[in-house]
Design a protein around this ligand. Structure first.
Ligand SMILES: Nc1ncnc2c1ncn2[C@@H]1O[C@H](COP(=O)(O)OP(=O)(O)OP(=O)(O)O)[C@@H](O)[C@H]1O
Ligand SMILES: [Mg+2]
Length: 385
């Protein structure tokens, strides 16, 4: 279900109280609220432009201007929010006038059931337009088959390369709540983490978001995992709302999903367009990878969206890539050579791997393949990148 973000402009006290009661049990994100009809329309429209709600719930009883004009202006902002007209009366003339003016719903007390149904209709419509090809952000998840296979290393290096390749803003978010390392590897400065976004959903708009993220590399913004033990448990529905919000803000989002799959990562997979499963050639890792693939497929995740990456390949292998593909039942999307020294040297110097080094070039080629900018998309990587 598409998560709905709303703005409320309600001056009539009876409507306001009823609306808040009705919203209590509904899972919507409230982005802005006014208790008076705005007098400064340009300022108000600017705010709508910034927070991009899906709907404005508008008290139509106190408007000083024709409803038609008000709806048109609200609809002309960036996110084209729907307008729900709220009134205390169910008079047919008032209903007709509101719908003719372009409101998508007309609601009056008791609001609860009608509002829920209206939000469901809106959610379906928004989902439909997303599936209809409207460009929203693409989300990539990196997960390690077994601890230490290299999911974090890849997420960081790929995310760094993507802005240049996809020509858009990229988010790197650390969802490894237990052992998030992205902040350390990418040398972020913000003291805030994804837990602050999850715990402040009602404040989540662009300006709040900008207070949370770190940036140092142009067009790459980073949201780290919480460090404090008490902040590590985040609620999944709220986390999903944060990710859905991020999706609208960035052309591409890269998520470090940590090791293996847990309840939280599994339940956000419907927001992950491509899952990069990072494994090594070692038998325990391959065994875990195979189990994860089976688990993903059993839970309905499309096979075409699972991308297998063999990391840390030694110069000599006991098994061939074909044998590994047969064992795992999936093609290998890319392989990367084992280069302990390149990574160690970079980390000692507090930076990521140099793009001109052998491993750096491999990361670059993999990023290009993920971005779809390589010439021959079918060509498999050579064994040593
Ligand atoms: N291609 C590589 N060559 C050599 N060492 C690598 C390579 N990729 C990653 N490593 C090293 O392997 C170790 C584990 O990497 P990383 O932290 O990225 O794995 P992870 O899958 O995120 O682990 P975790 O499960 O702990 O989150 C690190 O020391 C990293 O530098
Ligand atoms: Mg990791």
């Amino acid at each position: 279900m598409y998560p709905i973000a709303a703005g409320i402009v309600v001056q009539t006290r009876e409507l306001s109280e009823e609306l808040h009661r009705s919203l209590e049990d509904l899972s919507i994100r409230l982005l802005l609220e006014l208790s008076e009809i705005p007098t400064d329309w340009p300022g108000f429209l600017d705010r709508i432009d910034r927070v991009r709600p899906d709907v404005i719930m508008l008290d139509v009883m106190h408007l000083r201007e024709p409803l038609e004009d008000v709806v048109r202006r609200i609809r002309s902002t960036a996110a084209h929010p729907a307008v729900f007209a709220l009134h205390t009366t169910a008079e047919p003339a008032a209903i007709l006038e509101a719908l003719r003016a372009g409101a998508s719903e007309y609601l009056y007390p008791p609001l609860k059931d009608a509002l829920k149904a209206a939000l469901e209709r809106l959610s379906q419509a928004r989902e439909g337009s997303r599936e209809g090809g409207k460009p929203t952000g693409k989300t990539l998840g990196f997960v390690s088959a077994k601890g230490g296979c290299g999911a974090t290393t890849l997420a960081c290096h790929i995310a760094t390369q993507l802005p240049r390749l996809v020509q858009s803003k990229v988010l790197l978010a650390d969802l490894d709540m237990q052992a998030g390392l992205v902040g350390f590897l990418a040398k972020t400065k913000s003291p805030y983490s994804i837990a602050d976004a999850v715990n402040n959903l009602q404040r989540l708009d662009q300006s709040f978001w900008h207070g949370l993220i770190s940036n140092g590399i142009p067009d790459l913004e980073i949201l780290t995992a919480p460090v404090a033990p008490g902040a590590k448990q985040v609620l999944v529905p709220q986390l999903k709302q944060v990710l859905a919000f991020a999706r609208g803000q960035y052309g591409w989002s890269v998520l470090d999903l940590g090791r293996n799959l847990n309840g939280a990562t599994l339940s956000i997979l419907d927001l992950v367009d491509e899952t990069y499963l990072v494994t090594t050639h070692e038998v325990p890792a391959l065994h875990q990878a195979k189990q994860m693939i089976r688990f993903l497929l059993d839970s309905g995740y499309p096979q075409a969206n699972i991308r297998l990456i063999l990391n840390r390949l030694p110069k000599r292998l006991d098994v061939t890539l074909d044998e590994m593909e047969q064992m795992l039942g999936l093609p290998i999307f890319a392989t990367l050579a084992n280069d302990y020294h390149a990574l160690q040297e970079a980390y000692v110097e507090g930076r990521l791997v140099d793009g001109n080094s052998h491993l750096g070039k491999s990361f670059g080629r993999l990023a290009a393949k993920i971005a779809g900018t390589t010439e021959d998309k079918k060509k498999k990587f050579t064994l040593f990148g």
